[in-house]
Design a protein around this ligand. Structure first.
Ligand code: ZN
Ligand code: ZN
Length: 359
């Protein structure tokens, strides 16, 4: 397979000798060059690919960045203008999805001042989305490594669930343990909610103390080599009532039905419907969020298992399967795995058990 810079060039620059793509946002820069930095830009032309980095990064980038030549800068826009003039570029594609208006406007004004046409539409964004949503075997391996940390942390944390421990204490232990196991950071701030707080899908861990009969929902993930993992498990502490078990098993039924139905060539919105129909039949209106989202360099990527996304699934996509039922003021359950779409269906990247665990 060609490297990502070559694929970007083939898709957008071939046949347009004077066109270039300017990749500015950190995730996309890192995706193309495998080098992380908080600032800089990557200019891809038909002849070359140039990663501009300031003095904080230039030495490391020279040693580690792939598929590009590293150039130093002190004033980014000035250096880009110089490079564009030297390369004979007459048209530059910019990202628009996550580029601040002030930055896009500065690039536009300065490039147009030297006679360069600036394309501010979704051409570049759409190409990067299309590339990033199909994971290579190397990317999948990195995501499995990230998930292995998340699975090990879940096992570790089950032993910490004791009466009186707070949500905040468990969240801190998750963060610490993931780092200890080699995560570069947590993929996001862990969600740890007990008892009635578990009805809030994105509740913030606070001072609630664990009590028998509580559901404990933990939505956590580690990041490794830039790639995120994302998993939710709900366990019960002490005991679970029949109503709690019934609710849990309904979420599990919806989650498993998606795994059974998921394969290449299905509409993402239809996967959402598989889970939603099962839950709505018995718990109408209590599953408010979408079924899942792509994961990779960002914790929420394309495509989405949502009512609105008609994208067809393809081999290599990694999308979460995370149905939930939330009873306000009472409790909630969510079960989340990352599913890799394969030739003959899908494979979960998540290793933790799914049957209701009563700690
Ligand atoms: Zn999650
Ligand atoms: Zn998720």
């Amino acid at each position: 397979m060609k490297n990502p810079v070559e694929r970007l060039r083939d898709a957008l620059l071939a046949g347009h000798p004077e066109r270039a793509a300017l990749v500015y946002t950190p995730h996309n820069r890192r995706y193309l060059t495998e080098f992380p930095s908080s600032d800089g830009a990557l200019l891809v032309t038909n002849e070359g690919s140039y990663l501009l980095q300031d003095s904080r990064y230039v030495e490391a980038a020279g040693a580690e960045a792939k598929y590009c030549e590293v150039l130093p800068f002190t004033a980014l826009t000035e250096s880009l203008v110089e490079l564009i003039k030297k390369s004979g570029v007459k048209e530059v594609l910019l990202e628009v999805g996550k580029l601040a208006y002030s930055v896009a406007d500065k690039f536009r004004r300065e490039f147009e001042a030297v006679g360069v046409n600036v394309v501010l539409d979704t051409t570049l964004d759409n190409q990067l989305i299309a590339m990033r949503q199909i994971k290579s075997p190397e990317e999948i391996k990195k995501m499995e490594d990230a998930q292995a940390i998340t699975d090990a942390t879940f096992t570790h944390i089950l032993g910490m669930l004791k009466e009186g421990v707070t949500e905040r204490e468990i969240a801190i232990e998750i963060e610490f343990h993931m780092r200890k196991l080699g995560a570069e950071c947590n993929a996001f701030d862990p969600i740890v909610v007990f008892g009635p707080n578990s009805s809030k899908p994105h509740g913030v861990p606070g001072d609630r103390k664990l009590q028998p009969g509580d559901f404990v929902t933990m939505d956590t993930g580690a990041r490794k080599a830039g790639y995120n993992s994302d998993m939710t498990r709900t366990v019960a502490y002490g005991y679970a009532t029949d109503d709690m078990k019934k609710l849990y098993n309904k979420v599990l039924e919806a989650h498993m039905a998606v795994i059974d139905a998921c394969k290449p060539g299905v509409k993402c919105c239809d996967m959402d419907k598989v889970a939603r129909d099962i839950i709505d039949a018995e718990y109408p209106g209590l599953f408010g969020h979408g079924l899942g989202h792509g994961v990779g360099f960002e914790i929420h990527e394309w495509p989405r298992f949502s009512r609105l996304d008609e994208t067809l699934t393809e081999v290599g996509m990694v999308i979460t399967d995370e149905p939930g039922i939330y009873v306000p003021g009472k409790y909630g359950v969510r079960i989340e795995d990352m599913l890799l779409i394969t030739e003959d269906g899908c494979r979960t990247l998540t290793g933790s058990p799914k049957e209701l665990i009563i700690v």
